[in-house]
Design a protein around this ligand. Structure first.
Ligand code: MF3
Ligand code: CO
Length: 259
């Protein structure tokens, strides 16, 4: 992530709209299948199949050795949960699903969390609402002339004012002809000046929010990230284009009209 921030051309932006709308379509389909009894492996197959039928390549499989297409992270799992036949969704679970694809050389990346079943657990609902809203507040800052730190500040201050905690060991990122490009997009304040936003930049903004602590640990599988106190966690992500005006959420399915 040390190379320069890339500015996308109009034709590259078209490809990124398509990549991201395939991601959004896959996530919509996966979410329709998230119910008690489904294995996370089945969800992985649904996403892989959808991507391939739409001419896209799942981006995560093989990325630094990641073994699946989808990340499915349940309850205290923050991100990078590996799909498995043996992991079965239960009523009351928080299920976070993260998916990325490449389409004609350009990437899309998005994630969301849902609460499974009929249980009205107010604490879990609040965690999901605060995390989702923190992403929207971050996106609101995606304007030419602002800095990356405006995004970070908006997310962190909203999350902390709700007495939840942002993860600091993992961050959002630029995205384009690579899944991870410069700049890093942290969900917390860092010392020093961060880059200014320029039209044509695309950022994957992805707040990871925990109930009890910012601290996370990686399980022995080398991937699954969990909260160090085993409290619940949620994750929402969109790939967002900097324009001359309003931010454009490329991973919102509505963009499918534009190709
Ligand atoms: N959305 C995540 C990210 O941007 C997913 C990456 S999973 C990996 O980092 F397997 F590809 F690493
Ligand atoms: Co990402």
């Amino acid at each position: 992530m040390s190379s320069a921030i890339t500015i996308k051309s109009a034709s590259e932006i078209l490809l990124m709209r398509r990549a991201n709308s395939i991601v959004a379509g896959a996530l919509n389909l996966v979410m329709q299948h998230v119910r008690p009894g489904v294995s996370t492996k089945e969800l992985d197959a649904i996403a892989e199949d959808f991507a391939k039928k739409n001419g896209a390549i799942p981006a995560f499989k093989g990325y630094r050795g990641y073994p699946a297409c989808l990340c499915v992270s349940i309850n205290e799992q923050v991100v990078h949960g590996i799909p498995s036949r043996k992991v079965v969704v239960q009523d009351g679970d928080i299920v976070s699903v993260d998916f990325g694809v490449s389409f004609k050389g350009f990437y899309g990346d998005a994630a969301l969390s849902i609460l499974v079943g009929s249980q009205q657990d107010e604490n879990k609902k609040k965690l999901l609402q605060v995390t989702r809203h923190s992403l929207l507040l971050g996106i609101e800052q995606v304007r030419a002339g602002n800095r990356v730190s405006d995004i970070s500040d908006a997310i962190q201050s909203y999350v902390e004012s709700n007495r939840f905690h942002v993860v600091k060991q993992f961050v959002g990122h630029g995205i384009g002809s690579k899944l991870h490009e410069a700049p890093e997009v942290p969900n917390y304040k860092r010392p020093g000046r961060s880059p200014r936003l320029v039209p044509g930049m695309v950022l994957a903004i992805e707040p990871m929010v925990n109930v009890g602590t910012s601290d996370v640990v990686v399980l022995k599988d080398g991937w699954t990230v969990i909260t160090s106190d085993r409290s619940n966690s949620a994750h929402f992500e969109h790939s967002v284009l900097v324009t001359e005006g309003e931010p454009e959420i490329l991973s919102e399915a509505i963009n499918s009209q534009s190709f």
